[in-house]
Design a protein around this ligand. Sequence first.
Ligand SMILES: NC(=O)c1ccc[n+]([C@@H]2O[C@H](COP(=O)([O-])OP(=O)(O)OC[C@H]3O[C@@H](n4cnc5c(N)ncnc54)[C@H](OP(=O)(O)O)[C@@H]3O)[C@@H](O)[C@H]2O)c1
Length: 333
Amino acid sequence: MSVKVVINGYGTIGKRVADAVAVQPDMEIAGVAKTRPNFEARMAIDKGFPLYVLAGRESDFKNAGMEISGTVEDMLKAGDVVVDCPPGNVGAENKPMYDTAGIKAIWQGGEDHELAGISFNAHSNYDEAFGCDYARVVSCNTTGLSRIISTLDAAFGVEKVRATLCRRAADPGDVKRGPINAIIPELKMPSHHGPDVTTVLAHIDIDTVAIKVPTTLMHLHIVNMVLKQDCTSSDVIEVLGENSRVRFVGEGITSTAEIMELARDMNRPRSDMWENCVWEDSINVSERELYLFQAIHQESDVIPENIDCIRSMTENERDGARSIKKTNKAMGL
Ligand SMILES: NC(=O)c1ccc[n+]([C@@H]2O[C@H](COP(=O)([O-])OP(=O)(O)OC[C@H]3O[C@@H](n4cnc5c(N)ncnc54)[C@H](OP(=O)(O)O)[C@@H]3O)[C@@H](O)[C@H]2O)c1
């Protein structure tokens, strides 16, 4: 069955989810929604995506010479599932509209877990979203943490996790938050990211602290984990190496800037790096205590997770591992 997917909010995440859906053999884009007739709306038209708009904004698009297919409410009639991608906290306001339309909905990490009742990460809890009407794909940082924690937990057991997150201050195209020149400690301790991991891995003991740093190129995590079983650094490398959404970096890569250069060299769309980038040399285990550094591409690591979430919710694939394989193959990951 080809699942008809509609995207409400065509910004950083929405346009990437749309492109990822469009390359899946078992999915198609039935519409994307914009509020303003800007360059992104023009790109959506150029890509052949039916363009829908917020009710009341039709004339703005007409005046800009952009052909539209209707309002967001019309778009919801054309889809089996809506991927909600407006700025954080706006998505919650859309729930009554989705309820009325009777459409399955996926929200992003900027919304609260309680909105959907189920949070999602493909490696951690694919089965939990199977057949459900609502789910929330956890944020970029939570996705990055959940991938490695779930993998190491399955292999060795995880006793506790303590992680420090150095968060990018803004996305590269986000001029609203710039110019940027400061380091900002998040004084709420522990930060919200630890509890967010437990929305997909309930049994994990995790605390996180966070600072914002003056960069637009990726988050960097300093991860400390106590494992339940004795193991060596090589054992951890072997286990993480089996996770298709973990990429080891080294060979002269000493920074997030060089990872972004690698993504450009790989001809990745928008220089996206969908995998966690773990510095292999940083993996150190001593007396069950593991340390590692990983970089997380905030704009793109959640994109394959959205695809797997669609497959799970629409019952298009029962097995999480198989869905991950299909998604990766279609995206070139
Ligand atoms: N960027 C990241 O690093 C990142 C990573 C993981 C998760 N997330 C989460 O993903 C969600 C989307 O974030 P984003 O970074 O993609 O935001 P974004 O780049 O600001 O894009 C959101 C888009 O939504 C549109 N929009 C605004 N109000 C809307 C409404 N009422 N209805 C429909 N569309 C509306 C805006 O487009 P118009 O031009 O049409 O107004 C805007 O381009 C948030 O929950 C965020 O927390 C973001």
